[in-house]
Design a protein around this ligand. Sequence first.
Ligand code: NAD
Length: 492
Amino acid sequence: MAETYQLFIDGKWRDGGDGETMAAVNPYNQEVWAHVPVASAGDVEEAIAAARRAFDTTWSKTSPGERARLLNKVADLLDADADRMALLETTDNGKVIRETQNQMGYAARIFRYYAAWADKMHGDVVPLDQKDTLDLAIREPYGVVACVTAWNSPVAILTNTLPAALAAGNCVILKPSEHASVTTLEVAKLCDKAGFPAGVVQVVTGAGDTGAALTGSKGIDKISFTGSPAVGRMISAAAGANLKPVTMELGGKSPNIVFDDADFDRALIGALAGIFGATGQTCIAGSRLLVQRGVYDRMVEGLAARAAQIRMGDPRLPETEMGTAANEPQFNKILSFIEAAKGDGARLAAGGKRADGPGLEKGFFIEPTIFADVRNDMKVAAEEIFGPVLSIIPFDEEEEAVQIANDTPYGLASGVWSQDINRCMRMMRAIKSGVVWVNTYRVAAPQAPFGGMKDSGFGRVRGEAGILEFMQTKTVFIDFSGDKRDPFSMKF
Ligand code: NAD
């Protein structure tokens, strides 16, 4: 029987105020497998008020050591529950179990990583020209943080922000995507079990309206958003009207660049990982493969042959390599991009339609699709698809590769494949993206800062940068000169 979930507000589990719910649909068989509440504007306001109360009365007085203990406890609970959590996430968004399992372990590591930061945000004693004045630069949390997320990897995405924001001393209200809300509610259960005080971690589920009620509220002190540039713009505008700071983790159209001198087999695997890992439904997808002429035909043929062998099927089975599109609108969007590429004259080298075959009948499956001889101005190469559709673009010279790589509004990730260290260094400098992978692709670590340039966003998650994102600096001047100063001129 489909489980019915509840909102988590002020330490209590309860239905949405208007009694409305959304169906969680399993994209593998299109069955409704859970019901998720829709938070009303009133629920959102209650959550914001509870977060403020929790921050003022309890959480801002909680020691860093205690914050670390609670975060470590969540990590332990997540590890203990990883298999079930992975299965829930796979059921919700069709991502293969081998990756969701991997992501749960990674999420627990991020909780531990930020637990360790909680008592190390010690600020600075700043040397001044005024030698009889001591200056302390103190780091403080913002207070109430809203964290709105996308559907493709709900737990991994929320762990980009939740542990860091909590370690910094903030209260957090999570708003997951309406297309995959369940595991965010499950993480809140773990936080509840770990013993976080009421109002410190809360979840309001719902669609864009719920997100807008949250991020448009003057009661929020800081917003962290992971999603599309279109919604990012709306949230930035609302936050701007309220003068609230935002972190934006947005989309990408990342170039993965293979030079003639690359280790060919490794580059081919990297290209495959870049676009067919996570069914291409990942912000860092290497969706534009730029290949130098000397290895171009071999790469197109090699990738097409390997793509045709990708095992699609029940995403819950460990042998499945590629799962479904995560939901019906996304499925239709991907197919429409495939048709646009055909219409624009790109050469179809693999896939190109809905996948069928035994076990695939009811799922939102799309064949691993490769277009060769793509021009960078074709729609398939210019816009984010968020699906298993690769555009292969040939190039001759290094400068041309840089020009094509940067000829996009996005700047999230990129890959460079070459055995010439000097070239790798030049490329690493020349590409305008927040992440550059050299002779690898789709690698992440709790310690390594991550985020975009250009339309891919601003601000960083993970690493020290990730916790600084949730803190503001207070400067304290302490004058021990004993001087009677001129009151009509500022002291510099
Ligand atoms: P989306 O922008 O449609 O939705 C993201 C979230 O915003 C959802 O929770 C949604 O309900 C909410 N939302 C919608 N309208 C809103 C509004 N007006 N105000 C406030 N909230 C609102 O994105 P999506 O389809 O869920 O996710 C796909 C996008 O996310 C892609 O562009 C992908 O690249 C990006 N993404 C980026 C990262 C990253 O770390 N940079 C990670 C994952 C996904």
